[in-house]
Design a protein around this ligand. Structure first.
Ligand code: SF4
Ligand code: SF4
Ligand code: FES
Length: 264
């Protein structure tokens, strides 16, 4: 990964580029992607076909951001778009959010059984899918190919065919002598991770485990949930607990009620 620098310097250092993302200035080394620069600033951009340590591919378009202004603004995939001097990028415009949701909806329709995709749908507020489910076992993200080539140094699999016939396979569809059965391709595949077998129909957009708002923030300024920074559970705060020695009037968030799981 390219070296990222602090946003402070006013002049662009030699070999660096200075850009603005969501109104924040950042200076990065030439060759850094907009996605890397945005993540350096702590901005969240969803990705599916991008994993640190593998080359950028630009297949899923989920990391879309808007660059430029006015009529000239356009959408680009941030994992493949290089940071440029003076570039202005926005990660959460209406257009970006709408496009991102549509892409997630399409992905859900292709592989509704994928936990990774269902979680993305929940995380980004996609609550229903208008497209007919296809139950494909591949979304052509190319992660397995890059994993095999770049990390496992095997090159046993690759894309073949074009358009609707495009797929991943071994040379001539035969058992590859290059494959060391390391399992790297399965480990990284987002479609190989099956969604939970919850009460909802397999075609539904579920994600009830990740889309619940932490209810405690209605009551407290901060919440300190060990289940994660998004307060994914949300079941801990239906009751307040008096804190001894605080005058009895201070309430604490607690986790005694964790069996009351919300139903989707
Ligand atoms: S199991 Fe075979 S095809 Fe998969 S990553 Fe390993 S070497 Fe490549
Ligand atoms: S098999 Fe999995 S990792 Fe490989 S391209 Fe298809 S969805 Fe991506
Ligand atoms: S994460 Fe950028 S195109 Fe897939």
């Amino acid at each position: 990964m390219k070296q990222l620098r602090s946003p402070e310097p006013q002049q662009t250092p030699r070999g660096g580029v200075r850009l603005k993302i969501d109104g924040l200035d950042v200076t990065v080394d030439a060759g850094t992607s907009v996605l890397e620069a945005a993540r350096f600033l702590g901005l969240e951009i969803p990705t599916l076909c991008h994993v640190d340590g593998l080359s950028a591919y630009g297949g899923c378009r989920l990391c879309v951001v808007e660059i430029g202004k006015g009529d000239k603004a356009r959408l680009v995939s941030s994992c493949t778009y290089p940071a440029e001097d003076g570039l202005v990028a926005r990660t959460n415009t209406k257009r970006v959010v709408r496009t991102r949701k549509m892409l997630i909806e399409l992905l859900v329709s292709i592989a509704p059984s994928s936990k990774v995709i269902q979680d993305l749908a929940a995380r980004f507020g996609v609550q229903k899918c208008r497209f007919k489910p296809k139950y494909e076992d591949c979304i052509l993200c190319g992660l397995c190919v890059r994993m095999c080539q770049e990390q496992m140094m095997s090159g046993a699999i690759d894309f073949v065919g074009r358009g609707q016939k495009r797929r991943i396979t071994t040379p001539f569809d035969k058992k590859s002598e290059l494959c060391r059965t390391c399992g790297g391709c399965m480990y990284i595949c987002p479609v190989c991770t099956l969604r939970c077998q919850g009460p909802s129909a397999p075609t539904d957009v579920c994600g009830s485990c990740v889309c619940m708002e932490p209810t405690c923030i209605e009551k407290f300024d901060d919440y300190m949930c060990y289940l994660g920074p998004t307060g994914v559970c949300g079941t801990c705060v239906s009751e307040g607990k008096k804190v001894e020695g605080s005058g009895g009037d201070k309430e604490l968030c607690h986790t005694a009620n964790t069996t009351q799981q919300r139903q989707p």
